[in-house]
Design a protein around this ligand. Sequence first.
Ligand SMILES: Nc1ncnc2c1ncn2[C@@H]1O[C@H](COP(=O)(O)O)[C@@H](O)[C@H]1OP(=O)(O)O
Ligand SMILES: [Mg+2]
Ligand SMILES: [Mg+2]
Ligand SMILES: [Mg+2]
Length: 373
Amino acid sequence: MLRGGGDVAMIGRCEGAFEGVYIQEEHERREGVKGSAMSLTMDMSHEFEVAVTAVQAAKSVCRQVQRDLVDGHAMDKQDKSPVTVADYASQALICGVMGESFEGIAIVGEEDAEDLRKEENAGIRGMVVEQVNGMLEEGVSEADVLRWIDFGNAEPSEHERYWTLDPIDGTKGFLRKQQYAIALGQIFKGEVVMGILGCPNMDILDEDAAKPSGLLITAIRGQGACMVAMDQQVGDAVPLRVSEVSELKDARLCESVESGHSDQSTSGEIAKRLGIVKEPYRIDSQCKYAAIARGDAEVYLRLPTRKDYEEKIWDHAAGMIAVEEAGGVVTDIYGKKLDFGKGKTLSANRGIVATNGRFHNEVVKVVGEVLGL
Ligand SMILES: Nc1ncnc2c1ncn2[C@@H]1O[C@H](COP(=O)(O)O)[C@@H](O)[C@H]1OP(=O)(O)O
Ligand SMILES: [Mg+2]
Ligand SMILES: [Mg+2]
Ligand SMILES: [Mg+2]
């Protein structure tokens, strides 16, 4: 159904790295059960490939909207956070492609079409429909596009297995014409088992490239992670590994650009106590997890700025599995594993600490001391 789609799917797989895309229950994985008719192991190869294709299509729309960005492309949601034509179009495309391709599939996405249906938002609505249609072989109606967006409103408690989608993570970065991510993670029985993380403005080779290749990360639980340029012309997929830096004096800290999303003055104090001397790497969205997963930085801190904020599953699923499968460790600020079995938010956790795994406990300890936990 996607224009020119189909042949891009395989780029999400490192040659020889995955034996096929299988998901299984945690105990089966630990016991080394291989896919067989007797086990609960499920072959996800086709779903995975379609998901990669859908993320690639969403990337094309996001790139175009970000390049031509004007005031009329964005509005504020009821919680005052921004949303753009591209957030909606990206969710519509990914949910539309996945929903039309697989029966019984469920998606828990960030956006819904309620505001978009309002009379005062007819302008943005029209642009969303136009962007979505630009990617499709056959045109779809406004009603279809709105229905696709709302297809991403599944309830986690009603599904054993579902995808969680952030159609644009880091909308504030997107609006600054900086970094953002398209994040799609799969949750099975409360565990993240698969992740697809597109970072259209990162470059696979050169951090400051004028025309970045984009970075696409895929991760399968127990089978590793790999990365490839989102522009398919640039090289093959390669395995993803965290950095080998083993002393904090050589480490780089990664955190939000937005001080409202993570407490930067406290992270500065923590970095000092840990002996981290490099300037912090500030980057929007789950691109921070990408930075840890591919070794651009070693410590990602997300320190709560408000007592009542609960992290959303779509802000972490794909990024977390990328880091873990690249050899790193992800916990909350207490050193607790992230619990994706609690619905739309990580209500059993607070904040995030992600590292390359070499000094995770030490970082958690100092975070606790400085925050007085
Ligand atoms: N007070 C907050 N603390 C932590 N994260 C937040 C807060 N407010 C918004 N966010 C979320 O942070 C994400 C991007 O963070 P960053 O780029 O800084 O890492 C967004 O998905 C945004 O959610 P939302 O999309 O609901 O606005
Ligand atoms: Mg987000
Ligand atoms: Mg978002
Ligand atoms: Mg948002």
